[in-house]
Design a protein around this ligand. Sequence first.
Ligand code: PGA
Length: 248
Amino acid sequence: MRPLIAGNWKMNGLAASLSEAKAIAEGAREVEGRVDVMLCPPATLIERLRRLTSGSPLLVGGQDCHADVSGAHTGDLSAEMLKDAGATAVIVGHSERRTDHGETDVMVRAKAQAARTAGLTVIICVGETEAERDAGQTLAVLSRQLEGSIPDEDPADVVLAYEPVWAIGTGRTPGEADIAQVHAYIRQTLTARFGQAGESVRILYGGSMKPDNAAAILAVRDVAGGLVGGASLKAADFLAIAGAAADV
Ligand code: PGA
């Protein structure tokens, strides 16, 4: 399965950051055909990034979308708008959205459905908090999130991202055995629900993925890439991770 390395810039990036994105687009050529490389900048930069990197294999995604196509939702963006701006994918259900905006599994599923209807690949994020992990609840939490957040239709355009909340932006990561256990559990859940189609869903790892730990994490069975926050802001770091994915 071809890995996907997706960079999530979160609320970082001004026009001045586009030079970094351009370097990433150029680096993406080196791994073209072996690794899919994506950047999810703030929505304000999607169109400029697309124009600047047209002709390169870099994929561009959004970080969130509303569940409706249009309407009275001040400040929100629909999946169709992201597509119109040049995105081919969108992240939904990131833990920062779940925490900062009270997004529930039901909301995440509606957003995922809207993204699919718009023709976008949807990256659905799941992951346990530290308290849940300490209480031995990791798989139970994931079971609930997977059940509630993934739409029922054929998951061909769905990507899952396992992001332990306590690993995001902290420099801490689970051990490889823990990642393997969770990814196997997600795979098993997907195949139980979708049959053969569940086998080809890419499952990314996210949370403090860096150049120095990427190779080991990406080598774990059923890890088909990464969702990368901090390390995606610097072209050299992000491309080192994409390079590690190409070598797996
Ligand atoms: P991080 O963020 O790589 O900075 O931990 C990952 C994410 O939140 O997607």
